[in-house]
Write a protein that binds this ligand. Sequence first.
Ligand code: COD
Ligand code: ZN
Ligand code: ZN
Length: 360
Amino acid sequence: MRAAIFLEQNRPLSVEDVQAIDPGPRDVVVRVTASGVCHSDVHVVSGALPVPPPAILGHEGCGIVEAVGREVTRVSVGDRVIGSFIPACGSCWFCLRDQSHLCANTYGVMGAPRASRKDRTPLVAMAGLGTFADRMTCDEMSLVKIETDVPDEQLALIGCGVTTGVGAALNTANVRAGDTVAVIGCGGVGQSVIQGARIAGAARIIAIDPVEMKRTAAISLGATDVIDPGQGNAVEQVQALTAGIGVDYAFEVIGTPATVEQAFAMARNGGAAVAVGVSRFDQSITIPSFPLVLSEKRLLGCMYGSAQVRRDFPRLVSLVEQKKLDLEHMVTRTMPLDDINEAFRAMKAGEVIRSVLVQQ
Ligand code: COD
Ligand code: ZN
Ligand code: ZN
């Protein structure tokens, strides 16, 4: 099989032929048909997210089941599946309480070697998936079967960005019709928050991003107002648009302490900031204590859009089929696996909402 491997921090990924490790009884071999390129993959290479090399990256993908271990019950050969970057075991303390996004059985799944290099070095797969490859071997807990005609390059995005972003609005925040929302950072995940807020019926959706193309895309996906943070203080601009009140929900979708603090400042009294992005593991956020208590503002963490993947993946697919969720315009480019480093460059340069690696 061919895979894109993270060997060293801040170096290009190495696309090479590797040997898959024989699947275990609960493992599934998937022919990967499409994989979105998410900023978290770039964060791994920069060291902001701690995944030790060598590893096959990629955690947002879909494909077709090619083989199943003898104990696999959830999927069969030929099924179309989306990878869940958090496995959902269905039986741990969290899964039993409708919190599969916090499933306690991630460690064994994510730490398992899935392939080896020519020199026999074992390779782990990011999030137990490793979608930057033509094949992936993963635990059946990491897969959700889907029946749809939605094209591969759109379906792949449901594996991370779309579920995280739409889920942040619909599940974590529970945006209601008429609410006001601000979204700081309008990449693949931020545009999905905007769409989630639109689907929920938010009256006002303020998109904040320094890149003009992102602001233009935000308007076409549901934003009612845009702010360029390069044109003055973003918090003051949000206050000006909301008669000094602030928004019901301010989503941070970048992953820096400064923008989480901005989100907290943008939330109205009694409102909430929702942290979707993760700052570097060695950084902290400073929240002023007066507004936290006296103005009853809340700061909510959001993991994987608080999604229950076996419930939410089919729901999101259905929204795409009904043309309520636009994934077509989230895919800026498709390209072959060998172009992964170009996809990383384009993401860092702010040229794309999403690049998607597709297999011919
Ligand atoms: N103000 C507003 N927007 C900004 C600013 C700023 N100061 N700085 C940058 N931006 C914009 C960029 O122009 C860009 O449009 C956007 O922020 C970021 O978008 P992308 O496409 O680069 O990133 P996404 O959408 O793929 O990913 C965002 C995440 C928040 C998911 C990611 O970066 C992250 O924090 N990952 C770690 C969290 C995690 O592991 N999540 C689970 C897997 S994704
Ligand atoms: Zn991601
Ligand atoms: Zn579980």
